[in-house]
Structure formats: structure tokens, C-alpha cells
Design a protein around this ligand. Structure first.
Ligand code: DGI
Ligand code: FE
Ligand code: FE
Length: 196
């Protein structure tokens, strides 16, 4: 990886999200936040930056198009994804990252795949992308954002747990179907905290 490569990926993301400038700037925010966290947690910064840039590159697709892309490429669709197809933008984002941007790094592709639900045993890079998505500068959704933004530099796994807890509370309140993977990730990170 080098600067030209990173610049090239950023241009491609800008192009694919050209009708969604807010989404592009969110992606840049996730990239920068992920790079800062990578510095703190000894992860490859360029990988973190690139994963942040591309994580939402399939976010502009409609539910129908996401389902169609999965069927076309043999990507498995769970019953939860059938009900809430926007959950598929991670999987399709990884596919586009590979096909349209030529990214073949499995760690980056996996971080993109699981950025919405998380998964029980995430790598540090996966945790960083999952968290950076919530904490980047343009985000203002979570109610305890200030607390979480400083905690993330002290305890990454605890921050993952808090973000999952807040997300589940929000999904339950708004009566949205919850993916088993989101629940399983929450339980796994809760258990990890209780172990120490
Ligand atoms: O794409 P972004 O908006 O940047 O962020 P994201 O990919 O994390 O998606 C965020 C949304 O996904 C947020 O509103 C919570 C929702 N989400 C996370 N887990 C689940 C979920 N939605 C449903 N229906 N089920 C889940 O398990
Ligand atoms: Fe997303
Ligand atoms: Fe995002």
C-alpha cells in the first residue's frame, strides 16, 4: 500500500457515492477515526483507513438492488436480511470493494462485511471499524457519545459492548427486527467483560 493507492481508493469511493455527499464525508470520518484507533491499538493504519473509506460503498443501493446483487453473486441472505435488506450493505460493500476497487485483503473485506452487526469474535481491525462507524465526527446519534468517545481510547472491547447495548435498545424501541448476529455479538462482548 502507498499514498497513491489510498488516493485512488478515495476517488473511487467519491465517484460511487457522488450522489450521496453526506455518506462520502461519513466514510472519510470513519477512515480518519479508524486510523486514530489503529494508531492506539497497534493495527495497520492504512488498512484501517481504507476499510473506513469503503465500508459503506454499497449504501446507495435500494433494498431490491441489494437483494439482487446477493442473488447474482451467490451471497447468502439470512431471514433477518430478508426482512431488513439494508443489513446487506456490508456484504455487498465487501463484494464491491473487491470487484470495483480491487481490494483483496481479507481483513479489510471482513471488517466491511461485519460493520453493521459485528460478530462474536472480531479482530481488532473489525472492532475498530464497527466502533469508528458510530464515533466519527459527523455522527451524533448515540446519547452517551461523549463518554464513549473518550472510553474508546482506554477500553476498546468495553466500548464495543456499550455501542451494541445502545444499538439493541434503539432497535427494540423502534420495533425493528434484530439480526441473530447482532444479539450474538452483544452476548459475546458482555461475556468477555464479565471474564475480566
Ligand atoms: O451504514 P451506517 O448508517 O453508517 O451504519 P451501520 O451500517 O452500522 O447501520 C446502522 C443501522 O443498522 C442502525 O440504525 C442500527 C442498524 N442495525 C444494526 N444491527 C441491526 C440493525 N438493524 C436491524 N434491523 N437489525 C439489526 O440486527
Ligand atoms: Fe454501514
Ligand atoms: Fe457507516
Amino acid at each position: 500500500m502507498n499514498n497513491e493507492y489510498v488516493t485512488e481508493i478515495r476517488s473511487k469511493v467519491a465517484e460511487i457515492l457522488k450522489d450521496k455527499p453526506d455518506r462520502f464525508w461519513h466514510s472519510v470520518g470513519v477512515a480518519n477515526t479508524a486510523a486514530a484507533l489503529a494508531m492506539r491499538y497497534n493495527v495497520d493504519m492504512q488498512k484501517a483507513y481504507i476499510a473506513g473509506l469503503v465500508h459503506d460503498c454499497a449504501k446507495y443501493l435500494s433494498d431490491q438492488d441489494l437483494l439482487m446483487e446477493c442473488k447474482k453473486h451467490g451471497i447468502e441472505i439470512s431471514e433477518y436480511e430478508e426482512k431488513s435488506p439494508y443489513l446487506l450493505h456490508g456484504k455487498v460493500g465487501a463484494l464491491y470493494s473487491k470487484e470495483k476497487f480491487g481490494i483483496d485483503d481479507d481483513e479489510i473485506l471482513s471488517a466491511v462485511t461485519y460493520h453493521t452487526t459485528g460478530k462474536p469474535d472480531m479482530t481488532t481491525l473489525e472492532e475498530i471499524i464497527f466502533i469508528a462507524d458510530f464515533l466519527e465526527p459527523m455522527r451524533n446519534k448515540a446519547f452517551d457519545l461523549d463518554e464513549v468517545r473518550s472510553l474508546v481510547f482506554i477500553d476498546l472491547k468495553k466500548t464495543v459492548y456499550i455501542v451494541l447495548r445502545d444499538t439493541l435498545t434503539y432497535l427494540e424501541k423502534s420495533s425493528k427486527p434484530i439480526d441473530k448476529l447482532t444479539y450474538d455479538t452483544y452476548t459475546a462482548y458482555k461475556n468477555k467483560l464479565e471474564e475480566v
